[in-house]
Design a protein around this ligand. Structure first.
Ligand SMILES: *[C@@H]1O[C@H](CO)[C@@H](O)[C@H](O)[C@H]1NC(C)=O
Ligand SMILES: *[C@@H]1O[C@H](CO)[C@@H](O)[C@H](O)[C@H]1NC(C)=O
Ligand SMILES: *[C@@H]1O[C@H](CO)[C@@H](O)[C@H](O)[C@H]1NC(C)=O
Ligand SMILES: *[C@@H]1O[C@H](CO)[C@@H](O)[C@H](O)[C@H]1NC(C)=O
Ligand SMILES: *[C@@H]1O[C@H](CO)[C@@H](O)[C@H](O)[C@H]1NC(C)=O
Length: 482
């Protein structure tokens, strides 16, 4: 009897521990690589493991990433870039080769735990003008067939990461949700297919963008810590737009006969720079709020239970297009070099994020405006334009981390961005009579003047023609200026 009691207690404890570990392990992260100085894949995999991130979503299927993930135990979603959809839609053989090369090989011989293939990335986004409307579903079908043929159809599932704009609601109540009329027929075909193959629906949900696009969007409704005018949807109470958005999708699925389709939140997060609402404080509030919100496995009013989600993003990417906005390069919970930005508890690590290890920076050197330079020098404007068009100046401007810089500091920031991006080549700090290299960190308050990290390109120099190039460009710009 005593033994039985003990066993029961131990069993409960083990069960509780298991549930805790399970909760801790439920968060994923997006690992994008549109960066001029990416961390080595092995460093990123260690970063994921050190921080208890058990799932990773990639935007392609580069073998060096997959090799680094070998034996890591991390679940992987590989991706097919939109520009491959046409080929994969039109050629089952190409789909078979893609699966063979980019999935089977790694799953079967390399012990990479690939669980999903993301076919395209937000292919129905309106900015693509319908380019991928007719190819995405056929590509999905061909990849599914190829997975079955390769004998891994039960283990690896297909999905399409979609922007939440494929569905909508006529009021703020999720129960009025449905697919957008122009998308409905295609979406119903896709979800029928997904249901047939037990594939999940993947949606990217961005309360930050709601706020960015609409000055009247209720600020607190973007977050998870209470909202003064909750939305009552026939008894379901919504205090945050994430739940409401997610449940709008649940209603859309349900109305079209697939209320049980599983849902993955492919991207969710908050940027830290490049906009008045993009900063550490709000990113911390959102991401920590989201973690607490999903940690109890309460789910949403329409879908109680665990929420399967991938944070966007793991690391900043300084080469992303800023067409959506300057915030686009600042989604990381880590800076480009793997330094944590703010205190974030991802479940297990109560002490907050753990930085990347063994990261090698370039020497502590910055390129700045020479103290003797004249601000009225006609070369200043073209030089700054030159630097900022080739490097990242998205931390300058209204509402950013560097908004309080004076004119000299502004110019220095631009010069340094270019100099660092060019791996601190001497020739990249020769803005005519304007720039000088210094060894004291010119960072001001929250505004960080970066030092880049070493990459395989940065070790062996190169860029011999750079000085001539700068001078030429500056002169040319100056002529257009006249
Ligand atoms: C595998 O994926 C990579 C990266 O997306 C791609 O460049 C390559 O073409 C793919 N291989 C095949 C055989 O399709
Ligand atoms: C979509 O159309 C707009 C306006 O016609 C054009 O500027 C843009 O380049 C197009 N985008 C793509 C991806 O084709
Ligand atoms: C949906 O799931 C519920 C609970 O698991 C089940 O009772 C129901 O039959 C399912 N409905 C469909 C359409 O599969
Ligand atoms: C610094 O640069 C930003 C962005 O180019 C600009 O908006 C701001 O006015 C500049 N500040 C000063 C003091 O020149
Ligand atoms: C740099 O300054 C010197 C002295 O003021 C001047 O002679 C020279 O033309 C300047 N060079 C450039 C590229 O502006």
């Amino acid at each position: 009897m005593g033994l039985l009691g003990l066993n029961f207690v131990m069993g409960t404890k083990i069960l509780m521990l298991f549930m805790m570990v399970n909760t801790v392990h439920s968060i994923g992260a997006n690992w994008g690589t549109q960066a001029t100085h990416p961390l080595p894949p092995s460093t990123v995999v260690k970063l994921l493991k050190d921080n208890g991130i058990q799932k990773v979503k990639l935007f392609d299927a580069e073998s060096n990433f997959l090799n680094a993930l070998r034996g890591s135990g991390i679940e992987v979603m590989v991706g097919i870039p939109n520009d491959m959809l046409y080929t994969l839609a039109n050629s089952p053989a190409a789909a078979e080769r893609w699966v063979e090369r980019n999935v089977s090989l790694h799953v079967l011989s390399n012990s990479v735990d690939i669980r999903y293939v993301a076919v395209g990335n937000e292919p129905f986004l309106s900015t693509f003008n319908g380019t991928y409307l007719s190819t995405t579903f056929p590509a999905l079908q061909n990849i599914q067939e190829a997975l079955i043929k390769a004998g891994i159809g039960n283990r690896v599932k297909v999905t399409i990461p979609l922007n939440a704009d494929v569905y909508q609601s006529s009021t703020e109540q999720p129960s009025t949700g449905d697919f957008r009329p122009d998308m409905r027929d295609l979406m119903v075909e896709i979800i029928s297919f997904m249901s047939l193959h037990a594939a999940p629906f993947t949606v990217n949900i961005y309360p930050f963008i709601s706020l960015y696009n609409d000055a009247n969007f209720p600020f607190d409704y973007a977050f998870f810590d209470g909202y003064s005018s909750p939305i009552n949807d026939n008894g379901n109470i919504y205090t945050n737009v994430f739940d409401a958005n997610y449940d709008t999708l649940v209603w859309a699925l349900q109305k079209n006969g697939f209320g049980n389709l599983s849902i993955i939140v492919g991207e969710i997060g908050w940027p830290t720079d490049g906009d008045q609402n993009a900063n550490m404080r709000l990113a911390q509030r959102f991401n920590q709020g989201f973690m607490s919100h999903i940690s109890g496995n309460r789910g949403t009013p329409m879908r109680p239970g665990p929420v399967d989600a991938y944070l966007f993003s793991l690391i900043d990417e300084d080469a992303k297009s800023i067409q959506p906005g300057n915030f686009e390069r600042h989604w990381g919970i880590f800076y480009f070099d793997g330094t944590p930005k703010y205190n974030l508890r991802l479940g297990g690590n109560l002490g907050g994020l753990i930085p990347a290890s063994n990261v090698r920076h370039l020497p502590r050197r910055w390129c700045v405006l020479s103290p003797s330079a004249n601000l009225q020098d006609p070369q200043v404007i073209p030089s700054v334009n030159y630097a900022c068009s080739r490097a990242d100046c998205t931390s300058l401007g209204y509402g950013t981390s560097c908004q309080n810089l004076n004119a000299q500091q502004n110019i220095s920031y631009a010069f340094n961005s270019y100099y660092q991006e060019k791996n601190q080549l001497d020739s990249a700090c020769r803005f005519p009579n304007l720039s000088v290299i210094m060894k004291n960190d010119p960072s001001v308050g929250e505004c960080r003047f970066k030092i880049m990290i070493q990459t395989s390109n940065s070790r062996n120099g190169g860029f011999l023609s750079e000085p001539v190039n700068i001078l030429l460009q500056v002169i040319m710009l100056w002529f257009t200026f006249l």
